[in-house]
Design a protein around this ligand. Structure first.
Ligand code: NCD
Length: 328
């Protein structure tokens, strides 16, 4: 499918003039400078969140619409709180993916929301390309909060932030991503982002769940997590699997061969998971609750990184121009 999408003109930090719209639809919209700037902004927001009064007046009078067509806990709550901490008004809409006609009704929903003139629309949708469609149908800045198995750029940014806060660097960090990469928008976005910042990535899991072509190493042996600084665990995303397809013999077998347990880790390794976790399947509960786990740090990072993204889209940040791009 060919979709219009928007790309960064790097190095151009002009504020947007009328008629210029900026979006965060994919990690491909970002370059290294954008990532460094967003992480630095997130860091300064983190300092502001240590104060008694956590609310900043920065986006007073702006409207952020959160539109979620798929279930979400962390992403939807953090976008809402991020907007509120910046004093923006928020409007939240949830719809169940299965009951919605994804073509027409999405455009209709976007047009309906446009009537309120939102400055930003944050959208999660099971269909790849849905955020692009909203970007074309409205005048708002659009943030992709997850489209099918395609992209989840703010998750990649919060993961980079978490790694950088924990290890003090991104360049040269070795990250092993373990599990169902095939159905994971988190993994796709994160691999792109990690490559952009000079990290080393190994995908680990059963062969049918490790797609080729992401430009990183693959390993089918869990022992290969041994050299990683960060072990990034993914859940089996059964809701995105083709019916009848057999990716692993059984969940029990998956856990036995690729489950992340304390035995398989060394004490200096850090463990991350985007959530929701299936304890006892892809991650042992003792790992999830250990001091090695950065899962709560990731949730905290989600708030300040999303504050940074909203701030960046509505104030400074690079100007985007429209181009034509293939949506994979
Ligand atoms: C992920 C998602 O929805 O893509 N969760 C999240 O945003 N924190 C990962 C998942 O669903 O497994």
């Amino acid at each position: 499918m060919t979709e219009r999408s928007l790309h960064v003109v790097s190095g151009d930090l002009r504020p947007p003039s009328d008629g210029e719209r900026r979006h965060l639809l994919s990690v491909a919209d970002l370059d290294r400078d954008d990532i460094d700037r967003l992480l630095a902004t997130a860091h300064s927001f983190a300092l502001s969140q240590e104060r008694d009064t956590k609310k900043l007046p920065t986006l007073r009078g702006r409207l952020v619409a959160n539109v979620f067509f798929e279930s979400s806990t962390r992403t939807s709550t953090s976008f809402e709180l991020a907007a509120k901490r910046l004093s923006a008004d928020t409007l939240s809409m949830k719809a169940s993916g299965s009951s919605v006609d994804k073509g027409e009704s999405l455009r209709d929903t976007a047009l309906t929301l446009s009537a309120y003139e939102p400055d930003v629309i944050v959208i999660r949708h099971p269909q790849i390309g849905a955020p692009q469609l909203v970007a074309q149908a409205t005048h708002a800045h659009v943030v992709n909060a997850g489209d099918g198995k395609h992209q989840h750029p703010t998750q990649a940014l919060l993961d980079l932030y978490t790694i950088s806060e924990s290890l003090g660097r991104l360049d040269g960090v070795h990250v092993a991503i373990v599990g169902d990469v095939l159905h994971s928008r988190v993994a796709r976005s994160l691999v792109q982002a990690l490559r952009l910042v000079g990290a080393h990535v190994t995908l680990v899991g059963p062969p049918p769940l490790l797609p080729e072509g992401l430009g990183v190493e693959r390993s089918f042996d869990i022992r290969d997590i041994a050299n990683a600084d960060i072990v990034y665990v993914l859940r089996m995303q059964r809701e995105r699997m083709e019916e009848g397809a057999n990716y692993v013999p059984s969940l029990r077998e998956y856990t036995a061969r690729w489950g992340v347990t304390l035995d398989r880790l060394s004490p200096n390794q850090r463990v991350m998971h985007p959530g929701p976790m299936n304890r006892g399947v892809e991650i042992d509960p003792r790992v999830a609750d250990s001091p090695q786990a950065l899962v709560v740090d990731q949730v905290k990072a989600g708030l300040v990184v999303r504050m940074a993204v909203l701030y960046d889209l509505l104030t400074t940040g690079p100007v985007l121009v429209e181009t034509t791009a293939e949506v994979a």
